[in-house]
Design a protein around this ligand. Structure first.
Ligand code: BEZ
Length: 213
């Protein structure tokens, strides 16, 4: 039975074989943030570029106190051989664990197999998990389209900011840009909470500089 994981759900815990040995997901995340992402198949072109990209961004995830972990239904020997190709062709060193899930235990826990797209391979899923182990983002891409991992970093920035301040981030927002005061905050409260001031475009649309900058 495959799960349908929704925002706010507890991220299912698991213990699995990975390229860095046996890992318990919750232990691996510790008190920080997590990014669990699946790819369809080892030794395939788009996946090769994706895993190389994530390896190069490891420092950016670490800066955000976030750990990444990949997954496909290929066995560990396949992962270990393929990592060499990723390192060679993407000019990097894979520096995060990749789960080998040939019996689909984790793929089913997270609903990463979408049978009407492909009944055996995982799609390109991403789950961002907060320090409270709740799911904060889910994203699903088809096999034909490599993901934009800068977008995953951007979402982590937004999630971390909005967890600490009564703000939301607008379309295409990037770290350092103006943010939106949540409508539940009155103008009076906003004056106290946002001493840099705010612009009222509409009563429900008030813009303020990013408060922690
Ligand atoms: C790819 O990574 O290029 C790929 C993987 C599975 C199916 C189609 C494409």
């Amino acid at each position: 039975m495959t799960a349908n994981i929704r925002l706010g759900d507890d991220a299912p815990d698991f213990t699995a074989e990975t390229t860095e040995g046996k890992i318990n997901f919750y232990d691996y995340l510790g008190d920080g943030w997590g990014v669990l992402f699946s790819h369809p198949k080892d030794y395939t072109p788009v996946c090769t570029t994706e895993l190389g990209t994530v390896a190069k961004l490891k420092g950016e995830f670490t800066k955000r106190n976030a750990k990444v972990i990949g997954l496909s239904v290929d066995p560990i020997d396949s992962h270990n051989g393929w990592v060499k190709d990723i390192n060679e062709t993407q000019h990097t060193t894979v520096n995060f664990p990749i789960i080998a899930d040939p019996d689909r235990t984790v793929a089913d826990l997270y609903g990463m197999i979408h049978p009407n797209a492909d009944d055996t391979l995982t799609v390109r899923s991403v789950f961002i998990v907060g320090p409270d182990k709740k799911v904060k983002l889910t994203l699903t891409y088809p096999a034909s389209t490599g993901r934009n991992f800068q977008e995953i970093l951007r979402v982590i920035d937004s999630l971390q900011l909005t967890a600490g301040y009564k703000v939301s981030t607008p379309a295409d927002w990037k770290e350092g840009e103006d943010v939106i005061i949540v409508p539940a905050v009155s103008d009076e409260e906003a004056k106290e909470r946002f001493p840099k001031g705010f612009k009222t475009l509409k009563p429900y649309l008030r813009i303020t500089p990013q408060p922690n900058k």
